[in-house]
Design a protein around this ligand. Structure first.
Ligand code: GLA
Length: 387
């Protein structure tokens, strides 16, 4: 891939002299969905697929961008003096947002750049192609200009740019998983204080299979921000009757005891999901550590049901993929992953069942939904790096 992107860079920008090649992964969340903005736990892992980038400093303040994924857009030009969201909302809002965020944090980007990207994460699939671009950009800025920022800070800057430049009120999970990724491990992150632990993913005779519904999801126009404010309303009402700062502080029992303080039935279900999902995530990591993969799978399944019925972020495409997955002998667990409303499911599938899984779920999905899903057998990978 390194040669491919360098060659393309030379073709687009004249030559590739002095250009550096970088990579940042995508991520899949195993369990702990819609908990990261509720002070709960998440359990994502970085993948070996992600975004490749080639970057080179310029003498002036010009920014030239080219994406091999959006070839039709050609070279998009901008400048460090024009770092504001573009209403046309093309992909360059992600790197530009990160450059802007560096400035906001007191690190002014001193020179323009030529940047080429090529991602092999399906766009809009819920595998965090945008967070991957954000962390990649932060990594490039650090490497080219010597800013002193840790990987964890790169994650926070990425989230800051997504929140304040791109208008999506996302939590920290995606950028954290990408910036802190470690091969063979998922990250058990407590979003209340960013304490974390790497837990080995030991799947004997099984693999992680991602099924992409091919229903595109635009986070900005989705109901993501709405869910977030529903949780905030529920929290404010719970705070009238118990002393908590986030839903993640409640056990299931405490929630059941106080839930009537939430006056709206819909908000009550949203909060219930956040509380129970957080507890499921804690239990799932315990199960994994105890080598009880069967229990881990059951908790994944329960997570999907909760996201479908209480949080209502699945939709018929994701529900179909999961229902069909559950029918296959050798599927240990299956659930939607990411924000929902389209995007992907994640399943743990025994090696012997993977081919059947892809054929059977694929055929049933196509006949029920009318178009095909895509399947990826994935592996956990490392965080961002220079190649
Ligand atoms: C998106 C957001 C994350 C997280 C998930 C849902 O991926 O970017 O912060 O909230 O949705 O778990």
């Amino acid at each position: 891939m390194k040669e491919v992107v360098l060659q393309k860079f030379a073709e687009v920008f004249g030559d590739a002299e002095g250009a550096q090649v970088y990579f940042a992964p995508g991520r899949v969340n195993m369990i702990g969905e819609h908990t990261d903005y509720n002070g709960g736990h998440v359990f994502p892992c970085a993948l070996t697929i992600g975004t490749y980038g080639v970057a080179r400093k310029r003498q002036d303040r010009k920014l030239r961008f080219y994406s091999m994924n959006f070839k039709q857009l050609g070279v998009l030009e901008s400048s460090l003096d024009e770092l504001k969201p573009d209403p046309k909302a093309d992909w360059t809002n992600y790197p530009k947002g990160v450059m802007w965020a560096f400035g906001e944090k007191g690190m002014q980007v001193p020179a323009g750049m030529d940047i080429l990207l090529n991602g092999n994460i399906p766009n809009g699939s819920g595998l965090s192609s945008s967070a991957s671009v954000e962390v990649l950009t932060g990594y490039i800025l650090r490497d080219l200009f010597g800013f002193e920022v840790s990987n964890q800070e790169l994650a926070l800057i990425g989230q800051y740019s997504e929140n304040h430049f791109n208008g999506v009120n996302c939590g920290i999970m995606d950028q954290f998983a990408i910036a802190m990724g470690k091969q063979g491990h998922a990250i058990f992150l407590d979003t209340a204080d960013l304490s974390y632990e790497y837990a080995p993913i030991k799947l004997e005779n099984a693999k992680i299979v991602i099924a992409c519904s091919n229903k595109k999801r635009g986070l900005g126009d989705s109901k993501y921000n709405e869910r977030r404010s529903e949780c905030e309303t529920a929290l404010a009402q719970l705070q009238q009757v118990c002393q908590i700062t986030s839903l993640g502080e409640l056990t299931e029992e405490a929630f059941e005891q106080h839930k009537d303080a939430i006056t709206d039935e819909v908000h009550r279900r949203r909060a219930k999901h956040a509380v129970y999902e957080n507890q499921r995530t804690i239990q799932a990591v315990e199960a994994l550590k105890a080598n009880d993969i069967k229990r881990f799978g059951q908790l994944m399944n329960a997570s999907h049901v909760s996201l479908r019925d209480d949080y209502e972020v699945t939709g018929k495409e994701l529900d179909t993929l999961v229902e069909e997955a559950w029918k296959v002998d050798g599927v240990i667990g299956s659930r939607m992953t990411g924000a929902g409303f389209g995007g992907c499911t994640v399943s743990i599938v025994e090696d012997r069942a993977i081919d059947t899984f892809i054929v059977q779920v694929g055929a049933a999905y196509e006949s029920r939904i009318g178009y095909a899903a895509d399947f990826y057998v994935v592996e956990s990978g490392d965080g961002p790096r220079r190649l």
